[in-house]
Design a protein around this ligand. Structure first.
Ligand code: UDP
Length: 238
């Protein structure tokens, strides 16, 4: 299947993909490998911005289940994404890639606040912008933040880096008969409740005509390959 060429993309990285083989937290080697892939994609001429999750450190729903107030737990989750953003910034800057972190929750001594026009300017100058703190609102996820920022930044596509090589009709880790889709429509994803991103994020991409490309980010070099139209991935589009 030939995939369209995407110039400006938003890369969504779940907190999970920063854990490496661990069960929790940030694995520096894994973050470095992710950063290498991102640097490679930038080197190939793509404009990139990133939304990082926080599930490797704290998830609001899990916190609420243990007795925290849901909104406080969600703010804790958003703060976790800031830690991941700083780790990624550090790894990218070590590779000589100019990077800015912008947080939806302003924290002046740590990073820039989210300012759309400034973020666009950074990207035009070839910097990678990492968006932290999700949407800045409780009861949302970083998937939704990724769809929102992709729309605001005028991205051609949202790349969702996961640990599987696309979208399947069943869980490929537990069902050997599961088959992968090369491409599918937003309507199908929502109707069949396929595990791509949460429904709010999928609907936002559908309404703004932003394709979602699901691919395996754990495979080194795969981001650049998929961007070049090679490699295995599933594209969700209208
Ligand atoms: N979160 C939030 N609002 C947002 C984005 C995130 O409240 O706009 C909180 C929420 O508690 C979530 C946590 O931050 O569980 C970490 O984000 P997420 O679970 O999306 O991270 P991922 O699964 O991608 O690692």
């Amino acid at each position: 299947m030939t995939r369209p060429h995407f110039n400006r993309i938003l890369l969504k990285l779940s907190g999970e993909v920063l854990m490496g083989k661990g069960q929790f937290g940030i694995d520096p080697e894994t973050v470095t490998r992710m950063a290498q892939q991102i640097a490679e994609a930038k080197e190939a001429g793509h404009q990139l911005c990133i939304v990082v999750g926080g599930g490797n450190i704290f998830r609001g729903i899990a916190g609420a289940a243990k007795g925290f107030d849901r909104t406080s737990a969600d703010y804790m989750g958003m703060l976790a994404t800031v830690m991941n953003a700083l780790a990624m910034q550090n790894a990218l800057e070590k590779l000589g890639v100019d990077t800015r972190v912008q947080s939806a929750i302003p924290m002046a001594s740590v990073c820039e606040p989210y300012i759309r026009r400034r973020a666009l300017r950074h990207m035009e100058k070839g910097r990678i912008v990492i968006f932290a703190a999700g949407t800045g609102n409780p009861y949302f996820t970083t998937d939704t933040a990724a769809a929102l920022r992709a729309a605001e930044m005028g991205c051609d596509a949202l790349f969702k880096g996961t640990s599987v090589d696309g979208v399947y009709n069943a869980d490929p880790k537990s069902d050997p008969g599961a088959t992968r889709y090369d491409s599918l429509g937003f309507g199908r994803v929502l109707a069949d409740n396929l595990k791509v991103m949460d429904a709010a994020a999928v609907a936002l991409c559908r309404d703004n005509n932003i394709p979602i490309v699901v691919f395996n980010i754990r495979e080194q070099g795969n981001l650049a390959d998929v961007l070049a139209g090679e490699g295995t991935a599933t594209i969700v589009q209208n």
